[in-house]
Design a protein around this ligand. Sequence first.
Ligand code: ADP
Length: 382
Amino acid sequence: MSASPAVLVINSGSSSLKYAVVEPDSGTMVADGIVERIGDGPIADHGAALQEALRQLAESGRPLEALPLVAVGHRVVHGGPDLYEPTLIDDALIAELEELAPLAPLHNPPAVLGIRVAREALPDLPHVAVFDTAFFHDLPPAAATYAIDRDIARQWHIRRYGFHGTSHSYVSEQAAAFLDRPLESLNQIVLHLGNGASASAIAHGRPVDTSMGLTPMEGLVMGTRSGDIDPGIISYLSRTAGMSVEDIETMLNKRSGVLGLGGAIDFRVLHKQIESGDGAAQLAYDVYIHRLRRYIGGYLALLGDTDVITFTAGVGENDATVRRDALAGLTTLGIDIDDRLNENPDRSARRISAETSRTAVLVIPTDEELAIAQACVRVIGE
Ligand code: ADP
């Protein structure tokens, strides 16, 4: 067994707990897994889920006691206005995270539960919170500010926070490394297209815009989330359809996006439905691509000159059709995908643009667990 330090990374959702053991130095994923259906059947709560994760690790021949663990890293979705640096967790930080629950009611409470049970189970290790909002903390005010009553915005901490920051930061660094160019020399667009999806524009290493906002609901069409809608829809439904705010929020989060339009969350299924002539699936796909292209166009205008566009996450890494349609017809803007390279199912970081393309187009696998593990090691000074 290697003696390289390892970090246990925990990502607690409301009904699942994802875990990974990562060596931050080598980037090796020693083990990973997911415990699902928390609160449903034998996995009664997050404590039971963590015990199940530890049992799975032991069963796979990698009991935690035998690993050179130096820290536990926790993905926390929302850091609110004040928390953004990766932070050593203590009781005061947990109290602060609990106060942020109203800003991220779907995401932060399960993260806090995960932190609590992990600290109880592994009390001798430092635990570190890594925030999904961190990378976007310094968004320029023009990008971070909603044009709403400024006193209300100030009082309630309403701004655009942005999410998937760990991924956007990691992928933009990897893109610079792939091109063998300094991060500071590049203007980049990163398209993180997973079940959740977000885009960012990054100028000289600093984000200048991102598609998610106060919550992870804004922006692109996602697996189950609507992304941008007219806020008038909410008041209209509340007044006329008798839906409560919670009903509307659940609909926008869980029954919208490509699922709500096309009946499938997974793009592999969506493509099959389209092939079989399913008009609803076709419309879902068309709406998804239309929104994505609007953001890409907006970011091209913001950046002025774009050196690289990178696709990442489940859809971005695997779906050549989405990549093709996202950037089709942009030759006059200097963006040209090479179809053969695009369709190559290689899973490593790769270039898919033609030699003639002024803007490089890349596919880079994201690795949020590794980025979290590296952040942990920086915090604890290993
Ligand atoms: P999450 O946001 O949950 O981390 P991922 O980044 O893992 O999600 O993305 C999951 C999604 O990626 C799936 O729902 C599916 O739509 C898409 N996906 C995964 N593999 C493929 C594939 N081979 N082709 C097309 N889409 C894929």
